[in-house]
Ligand binder design. Sequence first.
Ligand SMILES: C[S@@+](CC[C@H](N)C(=O)[O-])C[C@H]1O[C@@H](n2cnc3c(N)ncnc32)[C@H](O)[C@@H]1O
Length: 225
Amino acid sequence: MLKKGQKWYRIENVAERYDDKRFTEGGRILNMKEQETLLSLVDPKGKKILDIATGTGRFAESLSKNGGNIIGLDASREMLKQSKVDCVQADALKLPFKEKSFDVSVSMRFLHLLEPEEIRIFIEEVGSVTKKKFVFESLHPLSLRMLYQWALPQGSRLYSNSFLKDKFKNNPVVKKVRSHQKFVIPYGIYQNMPEDLCEEIMDLDEKISDKHEWLASTVYWEIYF
Ligand SMILES: C[S@@+](CC[C@H](N)C(=O)[O-])C[C@H]1O[C@@H](n2cnc3c(N)ncnc32)[C@H](O)[C@@H]1O
């Protein structure tokens, strides 16, 4: 049986409207900041990169524009139909690639759709197809995301940093882990703001989260294999 996070993104209407939210008003500013953040963690130039749970391909496209050779992977055919980058329809927990096929893998806004027992399997799976580095994000439970995440129709799980570090510890594929936190105001709120207000609040948000990372809702992870 499909889980909520897979069912939701197979709805044609959800896939068709996904980018509207990300490319208009506050969503546009947020998308720019997310893209900047990813590009500060991954230099795509000349690299073969797998974008896992690529969705409509917004990160895949920007990695490609910045010189990467990108494959997007997603379970939803409906989401992939919107993407402009080469894609494969598959399950993130069973990656259909040969050992070490990619220099780098990325996965944005996906970990919160996994069950706790799937995280270790996911990391091992990514480690088997990736040579160097995996960049992904998680959502922190002690953050403002708590206010609304329970109401989301696609389901959403918040994992603490200590819970995730425990999953990486003693994992034979993981050599080194780094993390950074960003966005005191969580995504969902920014996406629904007018653009001007979003810009002002985002500036303030960056000042606060630079000094008090622990308050931020999104954790960016770099895993080295
Ligand atoms: C919130 S969207 C993120 C899309 C894109 N990374 C972005 O940030 O715009 C989550 C994506 O995960 C995909 N997904 C959910 N479960 C999956 C699985 N087991 N394997 C592959 N993709 C999955 C959904 O189809 C959806 O496109």
